[in-house]
Design a protein. Sequence first.
Length: 127
Amino acid sequence: MVTGYSAGAGAASLLANDVFTNYFPNAGSKTLPVDAMLMFINNRHSISADVWKSPPEISAGIKTSNIVLDSLTALRDDFGDDVTILFDCSARDGELAKAQNLFDNGKPDIVRVRDRLIIICCANEAF
């Protein structure tokens, strides 16, 4: 099992293929539960390739502004039914919600916006 939440969800989704392929190739069960990291940034592929200097096999799978969804899709493409992917989005991630609002609106305040799922909702407040 490879897992992570918050920013760790991004790391887990990006590195799961490497972990399953190079460290546990004979694992009978490959499971990846991740909790959110719903941060939408339009130039994710460029950030991965040019800023983070990620290996091409990681950067190649990043095609949209949603790095976790892209990584999970690539993982499913590579492993098919041999991998179980669990994805949820809890409201615990207040700091990433602040960062997303900073990217979207230029200020790190948490606001309620119902069309952006739970990411903008305050971490300890009922939605």
